[in-house]
Design a protein around this ligand. Structure first.
Ligand code: GGG
Length: 367
């Protein structure tokens, strides 16, 4: 079997530290699976800017387009605060998403049983939580034009971001949400702000029509995104799949992360449209968290979101369901054995660093 081509883009801050741990798991996979994975690496974000003056080079973009999947760490940090807006580290990630057509961002928020004891972590953790936030990723206010800061010439400036959604963009993310819900508990909750935004009215209309015409056997509910956020904290288990726009999806998934114990636990998959002929789809996998510059270089970051993103990669890009489940089980076993990084440390557990956590998961994955 031909080898599977992965492009590894570690990025900035803790990105390279957690990417190293994902590589350990790929090494274990290569020992065990036929064909194996071929890894190429590239620069993105501030690291790429320092190297070539852009947040991602054209050469790295070509590698990404040619790969079977991209494994991405994290980008950004105060070091690049003064960099022009178009070249800031996050621009590399946005270019990858846009040019690869990665419109569907799957952000599962699952609470591992070992972390469910809220009293030891002293956080609002929801035992048995298993929800999927589906964030639209290539449209909305992140990309709409105009996007500018205008000098009004009277000592005042005006900053403009534009929220734009077209029919096809909402239709395809709605279809993705219903198709995912069909494999789960059959319920989709759509969140927008139809009470104050035209795009919210339109989003609601299109999602409702897709439901009525193509998925009427499934349940659809609508929430205003602010009330939905409140319900997500108050009674999260009422949700199954939440579908929402680019900005609300970014915020709501960080909120959901805290119900699982830590932002360091949340993986994500960003998927494009399957190719009509080959069925192959472009894909990028990354932890939901950012570059955490406050702890970068200390070897204490939690690599689980990155390792769980690799599990999503096995499932969605390579149909390696058995291996994906085994990797998720290795994460669960590691946590059950009381091995914890600082962000999920609890009484009676053993505190480890990034590398030891990666080793512990690799050891359990190998057996
Ligand atoms: N691994 C995710 C990451 O590096 N995020 C940095 C960031 O700010 N991303 C913007 C976004 O996800 O929309």
């Amino acid at each position: 079997m031909a080898s599977r081509k992965l492009l590894l883009l570690p990025g900035d801050g803790i990105g390279p530290e957690i990417a190293t741990e994902a590589q350990k798991l790929i090494t274990v996979l290569n020992e065990a699976t036929e064909g194996g994975f071929e890894i190429e690496s590239g620069l993105v974000g501030g690291a790429a800017y320092d190297d070539c003056g852009e947040a991602i080079s054209d050469t790295t973009m070509e590698l990404a387009q040619a790969s079977d999947a991209v494994l991405f760490g994290s980008v950004g940090g105060p070091r690049w605060d003064g960099v022009p807006y178009e070249k800031r580290p996050e621009a590399g990630l946005l270019r990858l998403r846009k040019e690869m057509g990665l419109f569907a961002n799957l952000r599962p928020a699952i609470c591992y049983p070992a972390l469910a004891d809220a009293s030891s972590l002293k956080r609002h953790i929801i035992e048995g939580l298993d929800i999927l936030i589906l964030r639209e990723l290539t449209g909305g206010v992140y990309f709409g034009e105009p996007k500018e800061i205008v000098d009004l010439g009277n000592g005042q400036k005006r900053a403009v971001d534009t929220q734009v959604y077209e029919t096809y963009e909402i239709e395809r993310i709605a279809r993705a949400a219903f198709e995912l819900a069909r494999t789960r508990r059959g319920k989709v909750t759509s969140m927008e702000k139809r009470n104050v935004m035209k795009t919210g009215v339109f989003w609601n209309e299109v999602v409702s029509r897709v439901h009525r015409e193509e998925f009427s056997d499934l349940t659809l509910e609508h929430e205003l995104a602010d009330a939905g956020g409140m319900k997500l904290v108050r009674e999260p288990k009422q949700f199954d799949v939440i579908v929402t726009d680019n900005l609300f999806g970014d915020m709501l998934s960080d909120i959901a992360a805290m119900l699982t114990g830590s932002l360091g636990m949340l993986p994500s998959a960003s998927l494009g449209k399957p190719d009509d002929a080959s069925g192959r789809r472009k894909a990028l996998y990354e932890p939901v968290h950012g570059s955490a510059p406050d702890i970068a270089g200390q070897g204490i970051a939690n690599p689980i979101a990155m390792i769980a993103s690799l599990a999503m990669c096995l499932r969605y890009s390579f149909a390696m369901t058995r291996e994906a489940e085994a990797l998720e089980a290795a994460i669960a076993d590691t946590l059950n054995d009381g091995i914890r990084t600082g962000d999920i440390m609890a009484e009676g557990c053993r505190k480890v660093g990034t590398s030891e956590m990666g080793d512990a998961v690799a050891e359990r994955f190998r057996t």
